[in-house]
Design a protein around this ligand. Structure first.
Ligand code: MN
Length: 262
């Protein structure tokens, strides 16, 4: 059960693309204080992918994984439900992680309801269908056999393969036109129609915005989540009847609404 909210309506928080790693200690610290503070006042936290910059298996206990997992455990034990969706960087998060942290793992896409409005939750990479090379690569690495063979390797070997992949992916991304790295609007419309959804919340593109457009004569809203930086992050908040964004700043309790960006 979600926590009963003694001091206000039930809140649901949405974040994504924190890209936590040992190389970004400030972002890790920001997230830990978010979990210990702001997130504990919410009934539910959705993490829509790329919480970690890399995840090579639940047995990888290199920093910052243990402290992040303990902090997530403390959050779920405090009564805030936490649901996590895989991103393209951390799609190997598995059942052991889920048991350790108390977080539920979500399929991509997942349909949820807010104010009885069908809302589709996605990481966002499935929407970038103009990037054909990436979609081919995604199908290959998400294949259960490929996944199994990878996880069967030693940690050292997995670490080396992942570093090599990041190098090549970084080089390939730098060469791609900006537009190819964004979502494809026809794909967005297809997903919304297929699931009968009126709203889509996703991350991945690091282009935070609220997009409204009519599809089949009905208004649809697409909320794009922000990526987090060492100097700050952002959270999308749903309270009954209302959506808004809040900044998450280092050393400051978050709470002030941030102007919507169109
Ligand atoms: Mn991503």
């Amino acid at each position: 059960m979600a926590r009963p909210c003694p001091d206000g309506p039930a809140e649901t928080l949405f974040i994504s693309d924190l890209h936590l790693s040992a190389e970004r200690p400030e972002t890790v610290a920001l997230f830990l204080s978010f979990l210990a503070g702001r997130a504990q006042r919410a009934s539910r936290l959705y993490i829509l992918g790329d919480l970690f910059d890399a995840w090579i298996g639940d047995d990888d206990m290199a920093p910052p994984h243990p402290e992040v997992c303990s902090a997530l455990r403390r959050l779920t034990a405090s009564g805030t439900q936490c649901a996590l969706m895989h991103g393209n960087r951390d799609f190997l998060i598995g059942r052991a992680f889920s048991r350790t942290t108390g977080c539920t793992l979500l399929r991509d896409p997942t349909l949820a309801h807010f104010d009885r409005e069908p809302t589709l939750l996605m990481h966002g990479d499935l929407l970038c269908t103009q990037d054909l090379a990436y979609q081919r690569f995604r199908r290959r690495i998400r294949n259960p056999i490929v996944r199994h063979l990878f996880l069967w390797r030693s940690l050292a070997s997995r670490r080396a393969l992942a570093a090599d992949y990041r190098r090549r992916s970084g080089a390939a991304t730098a060469d791609k036109p900006d537009q190819i790295m964004d979502v494809d609007e026809r794909t967005v419309a297809r997903y919304l129609q297929r699931f009968g959804a009126r709203r889509l919340v996703h991350g991945h593109t690091h282009r935070p915005a609220e997009h409204a457009r009519a599809i089949d004569g009905r208004l649809m809203v697409r909320s794009v989540l922000a990526d987090w930086h060492p100097d700050g992050g952002e959270v999308l908040v749903h309270t009954p009847g209302e959506w808004h964004r809040e900044p998450v700043l280092a050393g400051e309790p978050s709470g002030a609404p941030l102007a919507r960006r169109e």
